[in-house]
Design a protein around this ligand. Structure first.
Ligand SMILES: [Zn+2]
Length: 418
């Protein structure tokens, strides 16, 4: 079996386990399908001859492969869940060679891939491409990554490739708040730095993400019967309205792009006596992020001064952090990606992501974790597709990172910068 066949076979097997996450569940993993996939991977890793494999009660699989001393210790992280966007949880993946034809995904339901709406498909004319049957996502996000990591571990062991210590983690519930990565035991998963393989097309590298936080604002008013309300009643709904009005309407998700940050008021509930408000704070720039947090606190204080009889308070939780707060392009984890891509002839496409990855959660916890591509397109949609050529390139990059770290001379600077 060549590597494309091995990747495809693994992918089909993992795609066959329905593992959507469920934002409405508070357990970890949020769904039994993820636990089933975790169990499968646990067994398969043991089957490959990896002796140190663990599956914890949160559905997190970790494996440690001891290697040569004095080499960079690498980690690889992929997520078990596929996103629930209201499509079928069951994935029936198929491989179609694209020769410019209309792509029929589902004969029964008459679902076609719309070439005109997604012209990037033309780049893959003549290629084998994996699609769903149009009733679900494909789930290359993130089972392509799981397959690439598993095939890389398999290949390294089979071929006796020299390597440093290798760490693998498969985590649940990335799509519903990076929950698995936040619970990953960094005492056990303890490489010098790690990689997520997630998102997007051939060549993409992400080491810049948002700094992200959530502000929880509570406003308590004063209730009164309207017949005797004058000078007494304090309406928390109007107080909340005044608070929101203190923020710039141009600094919202719908009015920003690139590296512009925002404050997004996105939840409100309450009544006569109290109102709860939530806002998401996002900024690539750490100083800009801190400034937005400061302005939220000041706004709440200002509201307190305007309405001395009301009670307003805010609690801000950091959710994840920009990987680049701790690692620029010269950081060994990031530089190794570009170095390996140059060796493999893969053109890099560096993206500052307007979101976060599991690596953003891990970087916030002190483990620098940049991201590179799976090769897939149109994530989170029924038209998600994965060209085999890009899938193989993602695998080769994974292998090359392991091989290069295995070759690194002893004493090379490997320590992540503070
Ligand atoms: Zn993903």
């Amino acid at each position: 079996m060549d590597i494309a066949e091995r990747l495809e076979k693994r992918f089909m097997r993992y795609a066959g386990v329905a593992s959507q996450s469920d934002a409405g569940s508070s357990s970890l993993p949020s769904t039994p399908g993820q636990a089933e996939l975790a169990r499968t991977l646990y067994e398969e890793l043991r089957g490959l001859g990896v002796s140190d494999v663990e599956l914890d009660g949160n559905g997190i699989v970790t494996a440690v492969l001891p290697g040569l001393p004095d080499r960079p210790k690498l980690g690889f992280v992929a997520h078990l869940d596929t996103v629930d966007v209201g499509l079928s949880p069951t994935v029936r993946a198929r491989k179609i060679r694209y020769e410019g034809q209309d792509i029929l995904l589902n004969e029964e339901e008459g679902i076609y891939f719309d070439k005109a709406a997604h012209p990037e498909i033309e780049r893959y004319r003549g290629d084998d491409i994996l699609f769903s049957d149009g009733t679900s996502v494909l789930g290359a996000d993130n089972k392509a990554a799981i397959s690439a990591v598993m095939c890389a571990i398999e290949g390294v062991l089979e071929e006796g490739v020299p390597h440093g210590d290798l760490y693998v983690a498969f985590v649940p519930d990335e799509e519903i708040g990076l929950k698995g990565a936040k619970r990953l035991d960094l005492g056990r998963f303890s490489p010098d730095y790690a990689y997520t393989i997630d998102c997007c097309e051939l060549g993409e590298v992400v080491y810049e993400t948002f700094n992200a936080g959530t502000a929880f604002i509570e406003i308590e008013g004063v209730t009164a019967h309207p017949m005797s309300a004058k000078g007494v009643l304090v309406n928390p709904i109007l107080v909340a309205q005044d608070l929101i009005a203190l923020f710039d309407r141009l600094e919202t998700p719908e009015r920003t792009e690139g590296k512009e940050g925002y404050v997004w008021f996105n939840r409100i509930s309450g009544g006569q006596s109290a109102v709860s408000l939530q806002a998401s704070i996002r900024d690539h720039d750490l100083a800009g992020y801190d400034d937005k947090k400061r302005r939220l606190r000041e706004a709440v204080e200002e509201i307190g001064r305007r309405y001395p009889k009301a009670r307003a308070s805010v609690r801000i939780e950091d959710v994840y952090a920009n990987i680049a707060n701790h690692a620029d392009r010269s950081h060994p984890a990031v530089a190794a990606i570009y170095g390996a891509m140059a060796e493999l002839g893969i053109e890099p496409r560096t993206v500052a992501m307007r979101g976060g990855t599991d690596g953003s959660a891990l970087s916030a916890r002190g483990l620098v974790t940049p991201n590179y591509f799976t090769g897939a397109h149109l994530f989170h949609s029924r038209f998600e597709f994965l060209p085999m050529r890009s899938f193989v390139a993602s695998y080769r990059l994974t292998r090359r990172l392991i091989e290069n770290a295995g070759r690194a001379p002893a004493g090379a600077p490997i320590a992540p910068r503070a």
